[in-house]
Design a protein around this ligand. Structure first.
Ligand SMILES: [Zn+2]
Length: 333
C-alpha cells in the first residue's frame, strides 16, 4: 500500500504566495518549512512557514540561516513540527507585457541533483520527509524512494491533529539547592543554570515514570524542604548568608508530547526529552539576556525564567514562551 501524504490547502496557498511574491519582487529563490506530523500511514502537513533569514539567496539556489530551522523546530512539541521543506525555482517566470507569467518553456518543476541530495540526507532520518518545489503558481511534491519520486499528495481543508494524535502531559517539578564559592552574581547564575541541567538529566534518568493513559505524571523533588511560597514561579534564587552563597532552583512546568503510536516506552523517552528541551530553552533565554556583573553589594538575586505553555488553538499544537513579568531582581545590601 502507498503511504498517505496529506497536505492542508492553506499550507500550499501560503507557500505559493511566498514564492510568487519574492519571484516578482527580486526573482530570487525562497525556502520554507512544511510543518505537521508523521503517523503510521504516512505524513500530514498542516502549515508552511517561510524562511526569514538567509545565509545566501540567489536566483539559482538559496541557503537558510542554519539557526533558523532550530528556532522553528523548537516552537513545536516533540513529534510535531518540521516534516519537509519547500523551495522555489523562479527562473522560468518573469514579467512580459506587464504581466508576471511563465516566460520560458523550460521545465522548472523538477528536483535537481542538489535537491535530491538534500532530501536523501533528511529522509535517512525520517521516511516520508517531503520536498516541495514551486514556481509560485504550480508545485510538485517529492519523497525519497531509491531516488526522488514525484507523488500526488491529497489536499484537504483541515487536518484535525487532535483526532490523529494522542496528547500526553506531565507536570515536572524540580528543586535544587547548593552552596557555592563564586562571588560574582552573574557567575553564580551561570553556574546554577549548568548545575540545574545536570540535575534534571540525572533525575529523569533515575526515576521511573508513572504512566497512565492520556497523561503522564511525574513529580521529582530534590529538596524535601519547603522552600518558598513562590515555588510555582520558575526561578533561580541566589542568596548570600554570612560567608557563603546559596543558589536554589525552583522549576515547575507542564510539558506535553503528541504521538500517533501508543507505545509507553517511546512516550516516556519523548517526555524526558521534552522536559529537558523546555528547561534548556528557559535557560537559553536567560543566557541570552544580560546578566548582572556585581561582585559585591548584593544580598539576594531572583532570576525569573518565565514558562512554556502549549497553545492548542491553531492547526498544530504550539509551544509559547511566557516572558517573566520581572526578569532579574537584585537586592542590594
Ligand atoms: Zn531546486
Amino acid at each position: 500500500m502507498e503511504d498517505s501524504i496529506i497536505i492542508r490547502e492553506d499550507a500550499i496557498d501560503s507557500l505559493l504566495s511566498h514564492a510568487l511574491r519574492s519571484a516578482k519582487a527580486h526573482g530570487k529563490e525562497v525556502i520554507g518549512w512544511l510543518l505537521g506530523f508523521f503517523n503510521e500511514d504516512g505524513v500530514c502537513v498542516s502549515e508552511s512557514v517561510p524562511c526569514t533569514r538567509y545565509r545566501k539567496q540567489a536566483r539559482f539556489g538559496a541557503e537558510a540561516d542554519p539557526t533558523l530551522e532550530a528556532e522553528v523546530a523548537s516552537t513545536y512539541p516533540r513529534n510535531v513540527g518540521i516534516v519537509g521543506l519547500y523551495h522555489s525555482h523562479p527562473f522560468a517566470m518573469g514579467f512580459e507585457g506587464g504581466h508576471f507569467r511563465r516566460i520560458s518553456s523550460l521545465d522548472d518543476m523538477f528536483h535537481s541533483k542538489t535537491d535530491d541530495s538534500m532530501l536523501k540526507s533528511r529522509s535517512s532520518r525520517r521516511k516520508n520527509y517531503l520536498s516541495i518545489v514551486t514556481n509560485g503558481i504550480d508545485f510538485s511534491c517529492f519523497v525519497m524512494k531509491r531516488s526522488s519520486k514525484q507523488i500526488e499528495p491529497e489536499l484537504v481543508g483541515q487536518i484535525p491533529y487532535k483526532s490523529a494524535l494522542q496528547s500526553y502531559r506531565s507536570e515536572f517539578t524540580i528543586e535544587m539547592e547548593r552552596k557555592v564559592s563564586e562571588v560574582d552574581v552573574g557567575d553564580v547564575i551561570g553556574g546554577a543554570s549548568r548545575e540545574l541541567m545536570d540535575h534534571v538529566r540525572k533525575k529523569l534518568k533515575e526515576d521511573g515514570p508513572s504512566v497512565s493513559k492520556g497523561t503522564i505524571n511525574r513529580r521529582y523533588r530534590n529538596s524535601r524542604r519547603n522552600v518558598s511560597s513562590k515555588s510555582r514561579d520558575n526561578m533561580l534564587r541566589i542568596s548570600r548568608e554570612n560567608d557563603s552563597i546559596r543558589s536554589e532552583a525552583h522549576i515547575t512546568l507542564s510539558s506535553a508530547v503528541y504521538t500517533a503510536k501508543e507505545d509507553e516506552k517511546e512516550i516516556d523517552s519523548a517526555m524526558r526529552e521534552e522536559i529537558l528541551d523546555n528547561i534548556a530553552y528557559l535557560l537559553w533565554k536567560l543566557s541570552s539576556s544580560k546578566l548582572p556583573d556585581m561582585k559585591s553589594g548584593w544580598t539576594t538575586a531572583e532570576v525569573h525564567l518565565g514558562n512554556i505553555e502549549i497553545d492548542e488553538t491553531g492547526s498544530l499544537p504550539k509551544k509559547r514562551f511566557q516572558t517573566p513579568e520581572r526578569g532579574i531582581t537584585i537586592k542590594r545590601s
